[in-house]
Design a protein around this ligand. Structure first.
Ligand SMILES: Nc1ncnc2c1ncn2[C@@H]1O[C@H](COP(=O)(O)OP(=O)(O)OP(=O)(O)O)[C@@H](O)[C@H]1O
Ligand SMILES: [Mg+2]
Length: 277
């Protein structure tokens, strides 16, 4: 099974959490792959955890990914069901996760994910707004990286650093990591996309890696998490729901299928080369 997706961008507020939770809910609805989905919240702020667990009291969960990573409990014991969607479970965050950021350990989440991968069709990892150890753990554990970004003059240049980190991790230790794509979010629907920003984006990531769907700013997308609902459950007819739905059905799933095929070919070629030598 290789459907582990890290949602990453070290710039804050680019729509990582919003995309991670609406992607999880969309996949349980629209993907042919087993509908169950696990969200792993690697952001110590725990925004995905609050929404999925229906808790805004700021109290850390009794069991969390932090306890799993420090091996105090098993991965299975860290998982909780959500109020958000019966097909979505969560390995929630805890503020103490921050203390892991001071370590050099970047492969521990990969071991956790490997032990859970047969239990879920999809595993989505939400990450904090930095490129530290927590984000690195997500990239080492993932098959794919998905990059939500705003498309403005400040957001795009930051992606150079992210691209460099992805390249480093693809060299070692995760040679199978692939870029699923860059998703432009929170665009003001009234103004055209600035051409020079789009141009700059295409100098960082190939045009084929930038999804054509643009998630515009939509008040319903902002309201849904506070109601502990995905955008589809909150208002399935709104623009935000149709944008995320169309992106998943028409682009995300097709790109995933294409990259899966590519990965199989690469693995076959690597095996053949190893057998020859
Ligand atoms: N398409 C959208 N339309 C309107 N509001 C949005 C949209 N996408 C995200 N938001 C809002 O923008 C804010 C930032 O989004 P989100 O929390 O998903 O970003 P993030 O990248 O996870 O942030 P952080 O880096 O702090 O973890 C949130 O208040 C969210 O509700
Ligand atoms: Mg977030």
């Amino acid at each position: 099974m290789s459907n582990v997706i890290a949602v990453v961008n070290h710039k804050g507020g680019t729509g990582k959490t919003t995309t991670a939770i609406n992607l999880a809910a969309g996949l349980t609805r629209y993907s042919d792959i087993t509908s169950s989905c696990l969200v792993i919240d690697m952001d110590p702020h725990g925004c995905a955890s609050s929404t999925l667990l229906g808790k805004l009291d700021g109290q850390p969960p009794a069991r969390s990914v932090f306890d799993v990573l420090r091996r105090a409990i098993t991965p299975q014991d860290g998982i909780t069901s959500t109020v958000y969607d019966e097909n979505i479970d969560i390995l929630p965050a805890n503020p103490y996760l921050e203390s892991m950021a001071k370590t050099q350990i970047n492969d521990r989440l990969a071991k956790v994910v490997a032990s859970l991968s047969t239990s879920y069709g999809w595993i989505i990892i939400d990450t904090p707004p930095n490129l530290g150890v927590l984000t690195q753990n997500a990239l080492v554990a993932a098959d794919y990286v998905l990059i939500p970004t705003q498309c403005n003059g400040l957001a795009v240049p930051a992606l150079h650093q992210l691209k460099a980190l992805i390249a480093k991790i693809q060299e070692r230790p995760n040679i199978w990591l692939q870029v699923l794509g860059v998703l432009i979010t929170q665009k003001d629907g009234r103004t055209p996309l600035q051409k020079h920003v789009r141009r700059e984006l295409s100098q960082i990531f190939p045009a084929a890696d930038v999804f054509k769907t643009i998630i515009t700013s939509n008040i319903k997308i902002e309201e849904a998490p506070a109601n502990f609902q995905s955008i589809y459950a909150y208002d399935s007819g709104c623009l935000g729901a149709s944008l995320y739905r169309d992106w998943i059905k028409k682009e995300f799933l097709k790109k995933h299928q294409k990259l899966e095929k590519l990965k199989v070919e690469r693995k076959d070629a690597a095996e053949a080369a190893a057998a020859e030598s």
